[in-house]
Design a protein around this ligand. Structure first.
Ligand SMILES: Cc1cc2nc3c(=O)[nH]c(=O)nc-3n(C[C@H](O)[C@H](O)[C@H](O)COP(=O)(O)OP(=O)(O)OC[C@H]3O[C@@H](n4cnc5c(N)ncnc54)[C@H](O)[C@@H]3O)c2cc1C
Length: 669
């Protein structure tokens, strides 16, 4: 066989859809440079050579790189790619295990497609013959088909093209690990090298963690964080963006039947969305509608190009530096970074975010006129780093606990003794169990109202409606929603996690399931059993009612102010209570506002006991010390449990003394 025959490295892209700071592309580009320089004896300067790469990853034996992205049939519905309507899809529908909802809903499907297309464009624009191939199917099937095709169709004697290596970046999801093992077996069968690379998209590189073994990962975030402080010193340098890569192979196998992959973006998107659009209501009798005058907090297209622009915008606008003060917001583009979806798909890396902040902190690049430029780490940039570390931590928990991340009883999984003593929470499930008093139909109905944004609790409904139409809802809202489903309604929290998996643009296996467990009280919250009171939380974080009114337009007619002098109005906390729980309105007002008789208004899923007293003076300027609306004290009534509500991930950072003891009591209807 000729030594010049095409030898192909098959690179299976996963959540590393970017050209910059990408270890595999960096390595491949490095090989191109090496090959070129070894051909030219005069160009023997090895100063720029990255020896760690070559020693770590061996002497690569490839002349071509075939980057391939697979829409994985178990995670995203692929029946829209069938070549003909009469074809039968060989895969089961990509639905969730417990609630049976689509694994990937329309917002993320679109975002992923945009990211993949952006990378394809970037690779093609290098003008070195590189590109990206898109396939659909189960990962193992696609890889097998490609290897078989090269064995069968390219056997031209000396010029035979062959796959000499397969690589992918590691992923800690359980399904992703299964895929890695399947591809490893296929590679072995074909006698092809296989390598799983460290994905370098996390804040702290795995190789720099102070643990020998993942079992040593502390079960409490704070302990983990302290082991890594000072956080600013931790990230490695990002890898440079390749300017040249080995070309695509001269011949590339086609997508195997019964599927066809379109060659233009609009058609690709159409095919992905087609099965989801067959039922745009997602089985809801009252699907949320987009209020015409409200803008999405997350209007971003997917892809490395937009993601990197977003980082630059956050620096240039000062949003990164003001992050600590604004991060609990719920409306608008810049109250938080909105980087999560780009990070989840690997369109950008956490260390790129870090180094962009370092440039600002050290007075390089954008932001010259902003406060804090060149003055080192500030409260905002430190808080962003803190949150990025949460993301790392959730991912490491996934690595440590594996399947337990998806278990109803969580990573704690208190079986045995506790089980016998019936200490486990009696979750309401959507399916029949042997437990007495189960009513799965009722649970299903409750879940339907929850998803529709018709629970009757303003903050929860606003968030769930926002999620449905935009694919995003803030961290503050997510915590309340998760707590509401799992603790106020006692519904199996996994159906909430699955609903989020379907609808979140930024869905990330570890962050989603880890956060749901944490809030549901079965994860690694050291203060087990915290419950968010969505009325008090609304008072603290939506003190003018703007967020609820935006997303629940039926409530916009509720007058929230009272007159405090000639031509002077202030938000009245008593009236805010009607917005937060509309059932509290008088029949007369309900009738006037056209709300009378609506199920979610008259029969909320739960009534939360919470009231506010009249102002004791001193707050007549309309600003409470919580930064919100009118003054006045609040009072919870109930069973006498006292809880402090603090933001997850925040417990050791700010002592929120202004958040006094809160009593949660709710009466399920
Ligand atoms: C029930 C629930 C489900 C969630 N599901 C997801 C999910 O599927 N994907 C996801 O990325 N985040 C998830 N989060 C975490 C958090 O809500 C989002 O990361 C954040 O709201 C995204 O907006 P942002 O990028 O503006 O965040 P910012 O507030 O700007 O934070 C900066 C970055 O830090 C990371 N981050 C912040 N908070 C967390 C956290 N609690 N856990 C892990 N990483 C964090 C994210 O990467 C985020 O982009 C969930 C939180 C809850 C309570």
């Amino acid at each position: 066989m000729s030594k010049d025959h095409p030898r192909i490295l098959l690179y299976i892209l996963r959540r590393d859809i970017r050209l910059s700071d990408n270890p595999i592309f960096h390595f491949a580009s490095h090989r191109t440079k090496q090959t070129k320089s070894s051909r030219s004896p005069s160009n023997s300067d090895k100063r720029n050579r990255d020896d760690s790469l070559t020693s770590e990853h061996g002497d690569a034996n490839f002349t071509h790189v075939l980057p391939i992205y697979i829409f994985s049939a178990n995670q995203i519905e692929v029946s829209g790619f069938l070549s003909s309507p009469s074809d039968q899809c060989p895969y089961a529908e990509a639905r969730s295990a417990v609630a049976g909802v689509w694994r990937t809903g329309p917002h993320r499907a679109k975002f992923i497609a945009e990211g993949v297309w952006d990378l394809k464009r970037r690779l093609e624009s290098l003008e070195c013959g590189s590109g990206l191939e898109i396939r659909v199917g189960r990962v193992g099937d696609v890889v097998s088909d490609i290897l078989d095709w090269y064995s069968k169709n390219c056997d031209n004697g000396d010029n035979k093209a062959e796959i000499t290596g397969i690589c992918m970046t590691g992923d800690d999801g359980t399904e992703e690990k299964d895929d890695e093992n399947i591809v490893k077996d296929i590679a072995e069968k074909h006698n092809v090298d296989f390598e799983v690379w460290e994905d370098e998209k996390f804040y702290v590189d795995d190789r720099d963690l102070p643990y020998e073994n993942i079992s040593e990962l502390p079960n409490v975030y704070t302990t983990y964080r302290k082991s890594l402080e000072p956080l600013r010193d931790r990230p490695r340098n990002p890898l440079p963006t390749p300017t040249q890569l080995p070309p695509l192979p001269p011949v590339v196998p086609p997508q195997t039947g019964p599927f066809t992959v379109p060659t233009n973006f609009n058609e690709l998107k159409k095919r992905l969305l087609a099965p989801l659009e067959k039922d745009p209501t997602f089985t809801l009798t009252h699907p949320p509608q987009w209020p015409t005058d409200v803008k999405s907090a997350h209007p971003f297209d997917g892809g490395e190009t937009v993601g990197r622009d977003r980082i630059a915008h956050l620096i240039r606008s000062g949003a990164m530096s003001s992050y600590k003060a604004t991060r609990n917001g719920m409306l608008g583009l810049d109250f938080s970074t909105k980087l999560s979806a780009f990070l989840a798909q690997g369109h950008i890396t956490a260390r790129q975010v870090h180094w962009a902040m370092v440039d600002f902190e050290e007075g390089r690049g954008d932001g010259k006129d902003l406060a804090g430029y060149g003055k080192g780490e500030n409260e905002g940039t430190a808080a962003v780093r803190f949150e990025l570390l949460w993301r790392d931590y959730m991912r490491l928990c996934m690595q440590k606990f594996g399947h337990r991340m998806f278990s109803l009883y969580g990573i704690q999984d208190k079986r045995g003794k506790d089980d016998q003593q019936n200490c486990r929470k009696p979750w309401r499930t959507l399916h029949k169990t042997k437990r007495a008093g189960e009513d799965p139909e009722k649970a299903l109905e409750i879940f339907m109202r929850f998803r529709s944004g018709r629970t009757g609790v303003g903050l929860i409904d606003a968030s769930n409606r926002e999620l449905f139409v935009t694919g995003y809802t803030s961290n503050r809202a997510r915590q309340n929603v998760a707590s509401f489903l799992s603790s106020h309604l006692n519904i199996d929290w996994r159906v909430g996690a699955e609903w989020y998996e379907c609808f979140l643009t930024d869905y990330d296996t570890a962050s989603n399931w880890g956060n749901w467990q944490y809030v549901a009280g079965v994860g690694n919250d050291p203060r087990q059993g915290r419950i968010f009171n969505p009325v008090k939380q609304a008072l603290d974080y939506d003190p003018q009612g703007d967020y609820i009114k935006a997303w629940v337009p039926e409530l916009r007619g509720i007058k929230l102010t009272r007159t405090i002098g000639p031509g002077r109005e202030e938000v009245d906390q008593q009236r805010l209570m009607y917005l937060y729980q509309v059932w509290k309105l008088s029949d007369w007002e309900k009738t006037n506002l056209g709300l009378k008789g609506l199920e979610w208004v008259e029969q909320p899923l739960t009534k939360i006991q919470f009231s506010v007293g009249r102002a004791r003076g001193g707050h007549g300027d309309g600003k409470s010390k919580r930064g919100g609306g009118g003054g006045g004290s609040w009072r919870g009534r109930g069973r006498g449990q006292e809880r402090n509500f603090r933001r997850m991930g925040n417990e050791d950072r700010v002592a929120r003394s202004e958040e006094g003891p809160t009593i949660v009591s709710s009466e399920r209807v």
